[in-house]
Design a binder for this molecule. Structure first.
Ligand code: PSU
Ligand code: MN
Length: 322
């Protein structure tokens, strides 16, 4: 069984509410997969988001792992939400969006919010959860040279030992610049059964990856090698493309994305609001096709994460390889 970042008692972190089921799984070598809540609260339209939140947890369970959805409720960071907590993140209109840097003020003031990749990765790692599934990472935004808008996801992942299964970075971003930044930050990127970095809604971003793995066990082996090397606590990104038959039509994607970026600029949308604005715009302007591609990507990532978690926990294969 893997060593937890916490030492002897996985999940026992002061100030962190780790669900009993998650704690028991970590202590017993049962695979655990962390899930983020920003995609539920701010990245998907309501009321579909609640059904998706439940479906993702069920997918993890069906693969023999325990889901740990992460969020901050009334100033308490949760790793593993109960039924009510999940409902709350999907329906509460006042729920904020918390990256890593928001966690301390949220705790101190009793605030509630969904956690982004940076907030989720930090809390999950603190609880001893090593594998995390999401849709697409944040990254370097287009127009970075004037706005300096780069998601806090990247810097946090350069300092946190966690494996993130994603469909690349969101295609609303500057993908080549984001890949360069990941290299600068020393964050490893593995293409899963692909030599090309995925494009979130699209199967490929057109950019190459340096490393390709074909099986969940290979990912677990890379994680063990990270630990054997020791030293810096950087993350590992497993880039898992959406199947070609489930991707968004690339021509439609390019056209609608250009419109969305122009609309955001006209509306003066910046900061934390930008990513949800662009994602919602794409859903509307593609008549929901971008949503289906997004969901297909997330589902595939959650399944793969559960398989990796099984190999990491030493429990053999979870489900069948995709
Ligand atoms: N993946 C999705 N949809 C999302 C996100 C990821 O399929 O909405 C969220 C993640 O929480 C990610 C965040 O951390 O978008 C990035 O936001 P920003 O660019 O403001 O850092
Ligand atoms: Mn930003």
């Amino acid at each position: 069984m893997s060593e937890s970042v916490q030492g002897a008692v996985p999940g026992a972190v002061p100030g962190l509410a780790v669900a009993e089921e998650v704690r028991e799984a970590l202590a017993g070598g049962v695979p655990v997969v962390a899930l983020e809540s920003t995609i539920i609260a701010h990245g998907l339209p309501r009321p579909r988001n609640l059904a998706v939140a439940r479906e993702l947890e069920e997918l993890v369970r069906a693969s023999g792992a325990v889901p740990a959805t992460v969020a901050v409720l009334d100033g308490v960071p949760h790793v593993g939400l109960g039924k009510e907590g999940l409902e709350r993140i999907a329906t509460d209109p006042g729920l904020r969006k918390f990256g890593f840097r928001d966690l301390a003020p949220a705790l101190a003031t009793g605030a509630s919010g969904a956690t982004t990749v940076s907030g989720t990765a930090f809390l999950a790692a603190r609880a001893g959860v090593r594998i995390f599934a999401t849709g697409g990472l944040g990254g370097v935004h287009r127009e970075w040279t004037t706005t300096q808008d780069e998601s806090a996801d990247l810097a946090l992942l350069s300092r946190t030992r966690i494996t993130v299964v994603c469909a690349g970075v969101k295609s609303i971003l500057d993908v080549p610049a984001t890949l360069e930044r990941l290299e600068t930050l020393g964050v490893g990127v593995l293409g899963y059964r692909t030599a090309e970095f995925p494009g979130f809604y699209l199967t490929s971003s057109g950019r190459p990856v340096d490393w390709t793995v074909r099986e969940p066990a290979e990912v677990a082996a890379v994680m063990r090698a990270q630990d054997a090397l020791g030293g810096l606590d950087s993350a590992l990104i497993v880039a898992n493309p959406v199947p070609p038959e489930q991707q968004l039509d690339p021509a439609l994607h390019d056209r609608v994305l250009a419109e969305a970026l122009a609309a955001a600029e006209r509306a003066g949308i910046t900061g934390q609001a930008l990513t949800p604005y662009l994602l919602n715009h794409l859903v509307e302007q593609t008549q929901g096709a971008s949503l289906e591609a997004n969901l297909a990507a997330v589902r595939g990532n959650v399944r793969l994460a559960a398989q990796i978690a099984a190999h990491w926990a030493g429990g053999g294969a979870a489900g069948e390889p995709a």
